[in-house]
Every structure is written in structure tokens, then in C-alpha cells.
Design a protein around this ligand. Structure first.
Ligand code: GDP
Ligand code: MG
Length: 597
């Protein structure tokens, strides 16, 4: 296809504003997928994504469109993830296209992720077409939302397209606007091959599939290419496009988006942002690389049943093949035995991986408290990156500790503003900015990441009845008074429950944690002390009293089925517990004990 007849674009939106539904309609309207093959959320392929309604991997589809001017166009759509954990996926796919549809729910307005994503589009020099979605709903208010887009984002929304991705209204106008308002890509067919490695994932049949955007030259089946970051050579055995299923083609030219396979075994051998060129006489200048995504949240994953350790290793190996941003190493815990210390991009990423291990590999897991990476400066000048509070060095040898901080942007209707400010304040936040757009407030806070990773998002949703939106970016490390808090159950330290806390909050957190554990740990035949301690000093204590009666005692001996049911229940509950010394601690305790409310 000649460049003038190609349009490459992505769709940016806040979660639930209708990005996937709009993509479905564009695919359907152009006949890319026959009606009978059409299913909802066509681009959201993974099960978990479907269930939670989120897109994790960037997805691509090539659409043929005959415009009102009678000419044939090729549209390449990259659907990007909407969740903050996956912001790096957004930035990489932005670089592969020239324009964006900015989808805003016209019943809601601009949200935090709308802003975060659209700023990425602006940074990538995109032309932007605003789309006001959900106009079929009575609460839709296009004028207000268009004004808000101009006020808050500062782009012209006078020609915003009014769309219902549900009924199909405005879809034709959207396609025409893509042709007339978004630029055609540029590139040189006669230059050596220069292609951007946009994304890659593992396929059981084809090996690693590499998503590419061709900048210059031609990518052909059968040719040898060089990955410039590590100078490796590969024989290209397939070239194709997504419609959205894979369709093989002979070659891809400038401006086109598609994939290649080259018998690559591991996703780790492909670097996102890399430049692909000819093996000989290739391009001299590589594209600016992307920063690889760095894990920021760490936690331990242990099998509930220790005989499943090898199965867990297998599952983690397989998942890592397809997810270069997920890191892991073996870990032994006095309390939990063998497991893995894993690094994630954020909490959602953690949950997704944990769910997949439990569901797809059928392994029950104990997840330990998530932690961020602390920089521990020793008196002898050494700096240790602390991924696990259990590894905290002897405090007498520590000079100071630094923790990662973020800049958080929160948009919220003003009636909830007070609660949001209080929440941020409680989490050691420092307010940086507060502005209004209509009846919505936009607050910017500087916050410690460790106060966010656990349950900040849940708390924010609950104090604002779901009306707040939130986005953040890492800003750097600063020193603070941080200490390791240990938890002792029946006088035994449970390393999996140790956390790093701010000295001023330690007592409050310790007390809350002991109270929680007291509720979560079932009573035993003996009294169990539960303590929180810093160094050797106990800062909080609860006592779980001894169990007197047998669980079945209240059945009066009569109803045998009820008795059996109770015993079964008890057994099932047992399975999910781990023994610490003489005490059984249920799995959920490891996460729940840390929630602060
Ligand atoms: P995404 O998170 O941005 O991909 O949003 P989805 O496409 O998954 O849509 C979120 C929800 O809004 C789903 O329940 C959709 O069915 C619904 N939705 C999307 N577009 C429209 C629309 O135009 N009208 C109405 N009434 N609902 C819509
Ligand atoms: Mg979606």
C-alpha cells in the first residue's frame, strides 16, 4: 500500500469509557470480521482481561476501508491497555502510530487516565481526534464534556465526534475523520530496512511473535534481519498482519504494522523498542530505544502445598516466557518454605499473574505482603537494594534508608475532595497542586509508593463511591525514617508478615495488624500471643484465647449431615492454611492483615 493510503492510530481512554467497544464497532462496520464471527471485546484476548474488562497487552488490527472519496485505505489500530500498571505498554505503542482517537465517556468526562494517556499521545506528536462516546445514554452531555476537554487538556474539541459505540451511531463519521484528520505515515521504500520492535509475545505454535512497525525499507519473508540492540541475526520465517487473526503476507513496507516470526524461543531475546534492520548494509542509525519496564512491586509467592513447588517453578517459567516485565528468583522463608520472590509493574500486574498461576496451573498460593524497593545505605558506604523486608540488614550498620516516591494525579467530584485529601494526608502525602475543572477537582500529591501499593486504590474508590480516578508516575527516591516491623505469632517470627513502615506510623500499623490477625487466625486449643515488634521491642500485642468447644458441639449430636458438612468445611479451611510452629495461619491473613482501614 502506498503511504498516502495508510492511517495508523491508537485509541486512548480512561478505563470503561468504551475503547474496546469502539474498536469492535470499527472492525465490524468495515466488514473486517464477518458478523457471525463477531464477538464482544474482540481484541481483549486473555481470559482474565475479558473477565475484568481490561486490556493488558497491546493488540493490533488491520482494517480495510473504502472512504467516501471512493479510495481504499488501510487502517492499523493499536488498542492500548488502560490501566496505570501498564502505562509503559501505552508509551511504546504510541511511538508506532501517528494519531489517536481520544475517547471520552460523555456521561462522565475527563478522568485521570484520560489525562495520563492523552499526554503520552501528545508527547508522541500525535494528531488527536476527540470522540464523545455513549451518546445513547440519557446522562450524556456532549457540550459539557467537549468544553472540559478544551479546558483540561487544551485541545480543540469543536469537531469532536458524537458516538455510540453501542448502537453504531457516529462510527462512519469516526472512520472518515481518521482519513481526513490523521496524517499518513512517512517513510522511504528504497532505504535499508528500519523497523521498530513494538511488542512480542510467546505463541505455543509459532514461537515468539514480534509486532513491528516498518519505518523504512521492506520486511520480507525469507530474509535475514539484525536486531540492533544485541546484534543478533534472525531468519524471518513468517511475515503477516492481524485481521485480527493472523494472516500471512509476503512483505511489509514503510508505514505498515504487522508481525514476524523467526524461530525465536524466548520473549526475553526480543527487546521492546529495538530496531530491526538488514543483516548486511543495514541502517546506521537505530531508533531511540524505549526504557524497559522495571518491576516496582515485589512479593513472595509460595505454594500452599509445599509438594507443588516444582509445579510452581514450571508455571512461573512459562509465564515469564511471555512477560519480560515480570521478574522472579527463588526464595526460602523460614515460615513458608520454598517459593519465589517476584517483581511486578504494579498491583494489578501482581494480581493478574497470581490469578493465572492459580487458575491456569491450578496451584494454590500464599502471597506475602507486597513491598517496594528500598535503597538501604550502609555505614560503610555500600548501598543495598532491598526487595524483601525479611532481608533487612542489622539496623546498627545502616546509615539511612531511601524510599521511592510518586506523583499522583487524582480527579474527583468536589463533594468527595475532603475525603481524598484526608486519605492522601494519612498516607504521608504532600499536596502539590489543587485545581478545578467544572465541579471536579484535580489534586496532585507527592506520595511514598509503599503507601500506594497496598490498598490505596481500593480505599480511594471506596471513599469516593467509585467516582475518583487515579494515575501516577515514579519521581525518585528520598530519605525517610523507615524501620522494619516484625510480627510474632505464638512467639515465633513470621518472616512473610514483616514490613517496612514509617517510624511514626509503626505503632498504629502494628496495632491494626495484630487486631486483624486476631480475627483471621482461628482459635486453637491453646492461647496464642500475637505481637508486632521493631528490633527487639514489642510495640503492639493481642492475645487469641484458647478454643474450648469442638465445632460440632453446637449441633446437639442430632443432625449427622450437618455435622459432616461442618467437618468438611473445616477440612477445606485447613487446606488453605499453613503451620507456623504449632499455629495454623490461613492464606488470606497474609494479604488482609496489611490492609489499613
Ligand atoms: P474500555 O475499558 O474503554 O475498553 O471500555 P469497554 O469498551 O469495555 O466499555 C465499558 C462498558 O461500557 C461496557 O459495559 C460497554 O458495553 C459499555 N459501553 C461502551 N460503549 C458504549 C456506548 O456507546 N453506550 C453505552 N450505553 N454503553 C457503552
Ligand atoms: Mg477494554
Amino acid at each position: 500500500t502506498d503511504l498516502a493510503h495508510i492511517r495508523n492510530f491508537s485509541i486512548v481512554a480512561h478505563i470503561d469509557h468504551g475503547k474496546s467497544t469502539l474498536a469492535d464497532r470499527l472492525i465490524q462496520e468495515t466488514g473486517t470480521v464477518k458478523d457471525r464471527d463477531m464477538k464482544e471485546q474482540l481484541l481483549d484476548s486473555m481470559d482474565i482481561e475479558r473477565e475484568r474488562g481490561i486490556t493488558i497487552k497491546a493488540n493490533t488490527v488491520r482494517i480495510d476501508y473504502t472512504a467516501d472519496n471512493g479510495e481504499q485505505y488501510v487502517l492499523n489500530l493499536i488498542d492500548t491497555p488502560g490501566h496505570v500498571d501498564f502505562a509503559y505498554e501505552v508509551s511504546r505503542s504510541m511511538r508506532a502510530v501517528e494519531g489517536s482517537l481520544l475517547v471520552v465517556d460523555s456521561t462522565q468526562g475527563v478522568e485521570a487516565q484520560t489525562l495520563a494517556n492523552v499526554y503520552q499521545a501528545i508527547e508522541a506528536d500525535h494528531d488527536i481526534v476527540p470522540v464523545l462516546n455513549k451518546i445513547d445514554l440519557p446522562a450524556s452531555d456532549c457540550d459539557r464534556v467537549a468544553e472540559q476537554i478544551e479546558d483540561v487538556i487544551g485541545i480543540d474539541a469543536s469537531e469532536a465526534i458524537q458516538v455510540s459505540a453501542k448502537t453504531g451511531q457516529g462510527i462512519h463519521e469516526t472512520l472518515e475523520s481518521i482519513i481526513t484528520h490523521l496524517p499518513a505515515p512517512q517513510g522511504n521504500l528504497d532505504a535499508p530496512l528500519k523497523a521498530m520492535l513494538v511488542d512480542s509475545w510467546y505463541d505455543a505454535y509459532l514461537g515468539v511473535i514480534v509486532l513491528v512497525r516498518i519505518m523504512d525499507g521492506t520486511l520480507k519473508k525469507g530474509m535475514r534481519v539484525k536486531f540492533m540492540s544485541n546484534n543478533t541475526l534472525h531468519h524471518v520465517d513468517r511475515v503477516g498482519v492481524f485481521r485480527p487473526e493472523m494472516e500471512m503476507v509476503d512483505s511489509l513496507g514503510p508505514g505498515e504494522i504487522g508481525f514476524l516470526t523467526a524461530s525465536i524461543k524466548q520473549v526475553r531475546d526480543t527487546r521492546v523498542g529495538d530496531t530491526i534492520t538488514n543483516d548486511r548494509n543495514g541502517t546506521e542509525v537505530a531508533l531511540d530505544g524505549f526504557k524497559p519496564a522495571q518491576p516496582v512491586v515485589f512479593c513472595g509467592l509460595f505454594p500452599v502445598d509445599s509438594s507443588e513447588f516444582e509445579d510452581l517453578r514450571d508455571a512461573i517459567d512459562k509465564l515469564a516466557l511471555n512477560d519480560a516485565s515480570f521478574s522472579f528468583e527463588m526464595e526460602t522463608s523460614a515460615a513458608l518454605g520454598f517459593g519465589f520472590r517476584c517483581g511486578f509493574l504494579g498491583l494489578l500486574h501482581l494480581e493478574v499473574i497470581r490469578d493465572r498461576i492459580e487458575r491456569e496451573y491450578d496451584i494454590e498460593l500464599i502471597t506475602t505482603a507486597p513491598s517496594v524497593i528500598y535503597h538501604v545505605y550502609m555505614k560503610d558506604g555500600e548501598m543495598i537494594e532491598l526487595h524483601n523486608p525479611a532481608d533487612m540488614p542489622d539496623p546498627s550498620k545502616v546509615d539511612h534508608i531511601e524510599e521511592p516516591r510518586i506523583k499522583a494525579t487524582i480527579l474527583v467530584p468536589d463533594e468527595y475532595l475532603g475525603d481524598v485529601l484526608k486519605l492522601c494526608q494519612d498516607r504521608r502525602g504532600i499536596q502539590q497542586d489543587l485545581t478545578y475543572a467544572g465541579s471536579r477537582a484535580m489534586v496532585v500529591y507527592d506520595l511514598p509508593l509503599n503507601e500506594i501499593v497496598f490498598d490505596f486504590y481500593d480505599r480511594l474508590k471506596s471513599v469516593t463511591k467509585g467516582y475518583a480516578s487515579f494515575d501516577y508516575q515514579m519521581t525518585g527516591y528520598t530519605e525517610d525514617a523507615l524501620v522494619k516491623m516484625s510480627v510474632l505469632v505464638n512467639d515465633e517470627p513470621v518472616d512473610a508478615l514483616s514490613t517496612m513502615v514509617h517510624r511514626d506510623r509503626a505503632e498504629m500499623r502494628g496495632r491494626a495488624m495484630c487486631e486483624k490477625l486476631k480475627d483471621l487466625i482461628p482459635r486453637h486449643m491453646f492461647k496464642i500471643p500475637i505481637q508486632a515488634a521493631i528490633g527487639g521491642k514489642v510495640i503492639a500485642r493481642e492475645t487469641l484465647s484458647a478454643l474450648r468447644k469442638d465445632v460440632t458441639a453446637k449441633c446437639y449430636g442430632g443432625d449427622a449431615t450437618r455435622k459432616r458438612k461442618l467437618l468438611d468445611k473445616q477440612k477445606a479451611g485447613k487446606k488453605k492454611m499453613r503451620q507456623f510452629g504449632k499455629v495454623d495461619i490461613p492464606q488470606e491473613a497474609f494479604i488482609s492483615a496489611l490492609k489499613m482501614d
